[in-house]
Structures are given as C-alpha cells and as structure tokens.
Design a protein around this ligand. Structure first.
Ligand code: COA
Length: 176
C-alpha cells in the first residue's frame, strides 16, 4: 500500500511483511546494529560505520536527501513487531545521473524474500514518481544475493564499472 500525504509527499510504503518510513535521528542506535555490522556492510564501498556518530551523520544525509527529493533510504520495520530490520530506498547517484536503489537487512532476516519484497515496492513507484523512471542499481560481482534480488524485481544487467572505488555490476530497468 502506498500512502501519499496532502502535498503528495510520500510518507510510508507498506508491503505484506514490512512498513518503510523515512528515518528519524532517534533511529540511530537501532540502525547502528546493521550499519555497523561488517557482514551487512561487506559489499558497501566505504565499509561499516565504526561509530554511532557515523550512523547519526548517515541518517542526517538521508534526511537532507528526503527534504530535497521526497524520498531516500528509509528504515524498514517488520510489520508484526514494528522492530527495525534494515533500510531501503533510492538515493541520487551523481556518477550515473540517476537514482540508485539500495537495501540492507539484519542477517537474521536474510533469505526470507524480504529484500525482494521491499525492493519491488520501490520499483513499482517508478510509474508514479517520474524521477524514479530510470532507477538503477549496482552491486559487487560477488554479492550473489543482491544480484538475485535485482533480477527478481525486474532489473537487467547493463555493464561492469568501477563505482565508488568498487568493482561493480550495474543494473538498469528495461525501458518500457
Ligand atoms: C542482499 C540482501 C539485502 C538480500 O536480502 P534477502 O532478504 O536475503 O533477499 P531475498 O530473500 O529476497 O532473495 C535472496 C535471493 O538470493 C539467493 N541467495 C542468497 N544467498 C545466495 C548464495 N550464497 N548463492 C546463491 N544464491 C543466494 C536466495 O536463494 C534468494 O533467491 P531465490 O528467491 O531465487 O531463492 C541481504 O543479503 C543483505 O542485507 N546483505 C547485506 C547488504 C547488501 O549487500 N545489500 C545490497 C547492496 S547492493
């Protein structure tokens, strides 16, 4: 379900098992549990956040992006428990002049189809938010779970590149 506020501002995205909303700075301590986890951040170009302050800065950056564009990486909560379990959403990626979809989950939630579920919710918004029409994604070639998620939600492999200092596979949505 997509909820749009009175100014057509996107404020929440729901999937069968999750609710996604913009971060608030109060989420930093819980979010540090995945932003600071080397296993979760293994294929993130700059690696894990080493301090809680880094995660606070990261969230501030997401909030600035939210103000500017109306969306950003959002916190994912499990619907039943409302427990924070990760983050997902599009961020503007200047090197490719388009928005890049990313997602992360706490390891206890991997391999249950959750990343596919949240990624699909963002992908489907392409038809309502013009800026997301050319949504792209990139991932390290060894990140097989992420590659599989991208394939499952409809991305096509485009080319290899070196992005943010990382050997990358770039994926794009087919032109409709
Ligand atoms: C990438 C990530 C978000 C995937 O989340 P997830 O909820 O486990 O993904 P899903 O369950 O929706 O789908 C995972 C798919 O990868 C497959 N997969 C997972 N590990 C695999 C492996 N080692 N080899 C082959 N396939 C694998 C799963 O079988 C599944 O495919 P299937 O549905 O065809 O069986 C999660 O692993 C994560 O948070 N990783 C750390 C952060 C990260 O790398 N984010 C992406 C940055 S580009």
């Amino acid at each position: 379900m997509i909820k749009l506020g009175i100014a057509m501002q996107l404020t929440e995205l729901q999937t069968a098992r999750t609710i996604m909303r913009p971060f608030s700075e109060a989420d930093a301590i819980e979010a540090f549990s995945w932003f600071g986890d080397p296993a979760v951040m293994k294929f993130t170009p700059h690696g894990p956040d080493t301090t809680l302050e880094s995660t606070i800065e990261r969230i501030k950056h997401y909030l600035e992006h939210q103000s500017k564009h109306g969306y950003a990486k959002w916190i994912i909560r499990e619907r039943n428990s409302m427990k924070p379990i990760g983050d997902a959403g599009p961020m503007y990626f200047p090197e490719c002049e388009s928005f890049e979809l990313g997602y992360r989950l706490l390891p206890g939630y991997w391999n249950k189809g959750l990343a596919t579920e949240v990624a699909l919710a963002w992908v489907q918004l392409r038809f309502q938010i013009p800026g997301l029409m050319n949504l792209m994604a990139f991932t390290h070639p060894e990140n097989v779970a992420s590659i599989r998620v991208l394939e499952k939600v409809g991305f096509n492999f485009s080319h290899r590149d070196h992005l943010m200092g990382m050997d990358s596979m770039v994926f794009k949505m087919p032109n409709l």
